[in-house]
Design a protein around this ligand. Structure first.
Ligand code: 5RP
Length: 224
């Protein structure tokens, strides 16, 4: 199976976690795009979605799924999103699509996080994927120095030769060379640095379940 096919099978498998009559939390990325395609087949059975990015909002609306603001709903039963890396405890690196802040906000509002990922995303220790960190631009150089001090190599993410601007109007640093052996401690530490909007380690809001696309089909990993 190609990586695209693996993403499609987990996108479809995630429908099992969607309960009719509910609002679904929807993440961002190419795997989630497969989920949105699948969710369109259930659109008459759900109330709608809360989305983690302008890109997913546009896709949801294009298939006729109503999108609600986070502030219009209380607890969301399930949040379905991809990951750049996931470890055997369900801790993740996210933000390859620059949507990490809104992703963490919707994840925090959701009872369960269902991660959908192809097998390449499962790692022993987080950090081979450059860690995305959303930052307020005036703090970016100091935050870069703080990552250098930890042995990381931060790079400002560019788009068309200019700093990428997130849906929240901020910038992204991608930090290479980290080995995150204590995801809970690392997330807590970086979150305290002034100017960090959000760090792409999802440890305090880790996955409850990972639907992993493998050559043998969808493997379900449970973390709680
Ligand atoms: C976006 C994300 C994505 O979930 C992550 O980058 C995985 O994306 P894809 O499904 O395209 O591999 O965190 O900010």
């Amino acid at each position: 199976m190609t990586q695209d096919e693996l993403k499609a099978i987990v996108g479809r498998a995630a429908l099992d976690y969607v309960t009719p009559g509910e609002i679904v939390g929807v993440g961002t990325g190419s795997t989630v795009n497969k989920f949105i395609e699948a969710l369109a087949t259930l659109k008459d059975q759900i109330i709608g979605a809360v989305s983690s990015s302008e890109a997913s909002t546009a896709r949801l609306k294009a298939v006729g799924i109503p999108v609600f603001d986070c502030n219009e709903v209380e607890e969301i039963a399930v949040y379905i999103d991809g990951a750049d890396e996931i470890d055997p405890a369900g801790y993740m690196i996210k933000g390859g699509g620059a949507a990490l802040t809104r992703e963490k906000i919707v994840a925090a509002q959701s009872k369960r996080f269902i991660c959908i990922a192809d097998q390449s995303k499962l790692v022993h220790t987080l950090g081979a994927f450059p860690l995305p960190v959303e930052v307020i631009p005036m703090a970016s150089h100091r935050i870069m120095r703080q990552f250098f001090a930890l042995g990381g190599k931060p790079v400002l993410r560019l788009k068309d030769g200019k700093p990428l601007v997130t849906d929240n109007g901020q910038h992204i640093l991608d930090v290479q060379g980290l080995r995150i052996s204590d995801p809970l401690g690392f997330e807590a530490m970086v979150s305290l640095w002034p100017g960090v909007v959000e760090v792409g380690v999802f440890a305090h809001h880790k996955a409850s379940v990972c639907l992993l696309g493998t050559e043998q089909g969808v493997k379900t990993l449970k973390f709680d």
